[in-house]
Unconditional design. Structure first.
Length: 385
């Protein structure tokens, strides 16, 4: 039971250790760094092009017949959309930029959740390592006792062989566990962009689970994917407004100079372009896209609510199961009793190892359920990490 209580230290240590890892990964993760550059590039792209057309400068030289003289013409003109179009484009760019921010937050949330799962896997593996190390110490002690009995003529080679096989099995489990720890640490290293990082904690971060209704409200208000889908509807609305404004005429104004035949003319150049065919059906298209965005956002919200409810119910079951394991193992802490029974000859080696393995397997099941429970809680409360 020393193992059980040694894993129940103050949660503040787990919080600080996990927070440190998440903050470091948030700084060094390649996906987040590239996503940041992508977001900035897209925001610049959205704001590009909301300017008048380039200035037009035309020069025409007409050579006349002999004696008639030549004619020249100079035109400097500027074409531009109706003024309200530029305001609509800016509003659309602002809405699209906000959407890219939500996309980046969704990427960040996934990276942080993956890192949290890896850290909680390491908590489990470190706890299992302690359990296996203590089992190794006990088994080595039993093997030594059997070997001494054999030397004194009070033991059997069969008992020694069983103890050696048991120790071999524990060593194999320890080696496999160390490989698993190395693999999880390698995953953290990858998430941290190859920068050295480690997580040695044996304590889970503890978070208070709110009622289901509060949890659903939190997801609706914090979920970046939901915000991204809702923002897509806002983008479609701005696109509709822009498409309507594009039906306004384009304007052109400038200066025209004509000279020839001994005369010179200077004047104002004006023009208007009426969009009859260019924007046909664009408003209908944008409205259809908006309806699709609204339907997609509603479907996501409904599916996510059902998923959260299922995870919440699963969390309730895991919590009750974990409490049963803890209470049962606290009531039947039989390792010392088994050791004493073996030394007194009340049980043989086979019975001792069977009972000890059963106890270790049960305790390991508790550790695995504990990991699953805290991982599930972290997923439900991912926006509080």
């Amino acid at each position: 039971m020393l193992l059980i209580f040694s894993f129940a230290g103050p949660s503040v240590f787990a919080q600080s250790e996990l927070r440190k890892v998440l903050d470091e990964i948030g700084t060094n993760n390649p996906s987040l760094n590239s996503g940041q550059y992508y977001m900035e590039a897209k925001q610049l792209e959205f704001r590009t092009g909301n300017t008048p057309d380039d200035l037009i400068v035309n020069y025409v030289f007409l050579k006349g017949a002999q004696g008639a003289g030549n004619q020249t013409e100079i035109l400097v003109a500027q074409a531009f959309d109706f003024p309200t179009v530029y305001a609509k484009r800016k509003q659309l760019a602002d809405a699209q930029s906000a959407q890219t921010e939500h996309e980046f937050e969704a990427i960040k949330s996934n990276v942080m959740q993956e890192a949290t799962k890896v850290c909680f896997e390491l908590v489990y593996l470190h706890k299992e390592q302690r359990l296996l190390e203590e089992q190794k110490v006990r088994t080595a002690k039993v093997l030594q006792q059997f070997e001494e009995r054999l030397k004194n003529g009070d033991g059997t080679k069969l008992d020694v062989g069983k103890a050696r096989l048991q120790l071999l099995d524990v060593n194999r489990s320890l080696a496999e566990n160390e490989v698993s720890i190395s693999g999880a640490q390698a995953t953290l290293l990858k998430l941290n962009g190859g920068n050295q990082i480690s997580f040695e904690d044996t304590i889970y971060q503890t978070l208070n689970m709110p009622p289901l209704d509060t949890l659903l409200e939190e997801w609706q208000s914090e979920d970046p994917i939901a915000h991204m889908l809702q923002q897509q509807s806002a983008v479609s609305e701005k696109q509709i407004a822009l498409s309507k404004s594009m039906w306004l005429p384009k304007l052109e104004a400038g200066y025209r100079h004509v000279s020839g035949f001994g005369q010179s003319f200077n004047g104002v150049h004006t023009g208007i372009s009426v969009p009859i065919w260019e924007n046909r059906n664009t408003v209908k298209l944008r409205k259809a896209e908006q309806q699709y965005s609204l339907a997609k956002a509603d479907a996501y919200s409904s599916d996510k609510s059902q998923q959260v409810k299922m995870l919440y119910d699963r969390h309730v079951i895991l919590k009750a199961t974990l409490e049963e394991y803890v209470n049962t193992l606290a009531e039947f802490r039989n390792t010392e009793l088994l050791q004493a029974s073996l030394e007194l000859g009340h049980i043989n080696a086979t019975e001792y190892f069977m009972e000890m393995n059963y106890y270790v397997d049960t305790f390991n099941n508790q550790l695995r359920i504990e990991q699953e429970y805290h991982t599930l809680v972290a997923e439900l409360l991912k926006y509080r990490l």
